[in-house]
Ligand binder design. Structure first.
Ligand SMILES: *Cc1c(COP(=O)(O)O)cnc(C)c1O
Ligand code: SF4
Length: 338
């Protein structure tokens, strides 16, 4: 008799992934203590945190190597002093995305697909992020505000694929995602949904039975593009979460950013491709970093990128070699470099 009552109470409690997202590491000192590092060696920039706060989920920090300032996961999230370096041609909106933003929350740059900035926040703050200066407040309308974007999609029969991005679309609640997916599924010419998300990698606990049910749609094909830059991000728990999504029938792809001192060497990229494949994920894009203010210390030049891809081609089957791309404002697609 008491069972239904108990399950009612339990369903009101935040789930594990929600607890993780409400307890992110946001202070450099706390991360340094966990990693046994001395902050005087490489001080955090308060100005950097001020403009783009530190946010690190604990499961991600647990994959960092203790005592190692060069850890490739740490370098992705550490608010380094170099962020204060200003270089004249680094700008806040390098892709001129505001030009392709016909209604709030929707970017229409490429034929046949639109991108919705479905959620205003991420589970992690990656210091190289090209959207770090994006005005999310103005571009995540919330339920009532989505009508303009839905009307825009309904009115353009050429739009077949909807890309849910962010922020991170899987940072949304199950209820909100289910609502948005149902609205999109009701538009006859939309036949596929793509998620661009870092959550399955940084907080694999997000892949719950309830989310898995919501991602199973009657009519829509679904693909999930995760975002992972280094093999160390993919521990066993992440591997299990990704394999579950693959078993549910979603197409899994990965996009990475080529980052100075993090993955700009053949061994790291090789290990990443192999590890992705063992998690049922194929490499898709390797982005040259966009020229965003505050990220100059991550930049890798085009020639270096080409050299690395050529080395990968010598060592891997073609399907494990990502496409090296850069985004150019106004181009009809991402620009393939190699
Ligand atoms: C990257 C991107 C896409 C997706 O491009 P694909 O080549 O299909 O992966 C779509 N819309 C916008 C605005 C993008 O930035
Ligand atoms: S998860 Fe993606 S959008 Fe969010 S901070 Fe990282 S790179 Fe930027």
């Amino acid at each position: 008799m008491s069972k239904p009552v108990l399950s009612l109470i339990q369903s009101d409690l935040p789930e594990k992934w929600q607890q993780i997202l409400s307890d992110l590491i946001s202070e450099p000192k706390e991360l340094l203590d966990i990693l046994g590092l001395d902050g005087t060696d490489k001080p955090a920039s308060l100005a950097a945190i001020d403009s783009f706060p530190m946010k690190i989920p604990r499961p991600f920090a647990m994959r960092m190597e203790r005592g190692n300032w060069h850890d490739p996961l740490l370098l992705q999230v550490w608010p380094a002093r170099e962020e204060e370096t200003s270089i004249p041609d680094l700008v806040t909106d390098p892709l001129q995305e505001s030009r392709f933003n016909p209604v709030p929350g929707l970017l229409h740059k490429y034929h046949g697909r639109v991108l919705l900035t479905a959620v205003p926040h991420c589970a992690i703050h990656c210091r190289y992020c090209f959207r770090r200066h994006f005005d999310y407040a103005a571009n995540t309308p919330g339920k009532p505000g989505w009508q303009a974007a839905l009307d825009y999609i309904r009115a353009d029969g050429s739009i077949e694929e909807i890309i849910l991005s962010g922020g991170d679309p899987l940072a949304a609640s199950d209820k909100y995602l289910d609502w948005l997916l149902a609205e999109l599924e009701a538009i006859p010419h939309v036949d596929s949904i793509r998620f661009h998300t870092r959550l399955p990698v940084v907080v694999p606990q997000r892949i719950t039975p309830s989310l898995r049910r919501i991602l199973q749609r009657d009519r829509l094909r679904t693909s999930i593009v995760v975002h992972c830059n280094h093999a160390h991000e993919l521990d066993n728990e992440v591997g299990r979460a990704l394999s579950t999504l693959a078993a549910d029938g979603h197409t899994l792809l990965n996009q990475s950013v080529l980052l100075r001192n993090i993955n700009d060497n053949p061994a790291s990229l090789l290990a990443l491709s192999r590890r992705l494949f063992s998690c049922h994920v194929l490499p898709y894009y390797l982005h040259l970093p966009d020229r965003v203010a505050g990220t100059s210390h991550f930049l890798v030049c085009e020639e270096e990128g080409c050299r690395l891809i050529a080395e990968l081609e010598d060592l891997l089957p073609g399907y494990l070699v990502p496409r090296l791309v850069r985004e150019e404002p106004g181009a009809a697609h991402k620009t393939r470099i190699l």
